[in-house]
Design a protein around this ligand. Sequence first.
Ligand code: APR
Length: 176
Amino acid sequence: MTVIEIVQGDITRQDTDAIVTAANESLLGGGGVDGAIHRAAGRRLAAAGAEIGPCDPGDAMATPAFDLDPPVRHVIHTVGPVWEGGDFGEAEVLGSCYRRCLEVADELGVRSLAFPAIATGVYGFPAEEAARIAVATIVGTSSAVERVRLVAFDREGRDALEEALASVGEGSAVTS
Ligand code: APR
C-alpha cells in the first residue's frame, strides 16, 4: 500500500528519490514549478529534456536530476491538460499524468516520489477537482512506490489535497 503524505512547501527541497515536474510538451522548461525545478537542477535538465521530448499531455518521461540535492535522482516530466471547462477530457488526461508518473517511477525503482499539483497553475485546472483526481489515481494505481508526497505550494492547495485524501478513508496516511 502506497502511503500518501501531504506537505506545503517547495518541491525542489523534498528529500524523495524522484520529483515530478509539471512541464510543457517541449520539456525545455518554463515557468511555475517547472521553472523552479529547472533552476535548481541546472541547465543540463533542459538539454536532457530536449533529447527525449516532446512529451504528449498525459504522458511522463524521466531524466536525471543533475544539480538537485540527493536523494533526488530523477526528475519525471509530465504534461498536464490545459483546463477548457471540463468537457474536453481534461480529467482523464490529468489522471493519466499521475498514473504514467507512477509507472515510470516503478521502471526506475523509485520508492519515494513527490508530485506538485499538476495543471493547477498556468493550465488553470481547479485545485479541488485536481486534488480529487490525484488522490483517487494514486490510491487506485498498483505501484512499488512506497511513499508519495503531494506538495502544495500554498494553503489552499494543501487544504484541497487534505480534503481529497480524507474522503478516501483509511489505507492512506496524512502527514502535513
Ligand atoms: N514547489 C511546489 N509547487 C509549486 C512550485 C514549487 N516550487 N512552484 C509552483 N508550484 C505550484 C503552483 O502553485 C501550482 O499549484 O505548482 C502547481 C502547478 O502550476 P504550474 O507550475 O503553473 O504548472 P501547470 O499549471 O501544470 O502549467 C504548466 O506552465 O510553467 C509552465 O512550462 C510550464 O507550460 C507549462 C505550464
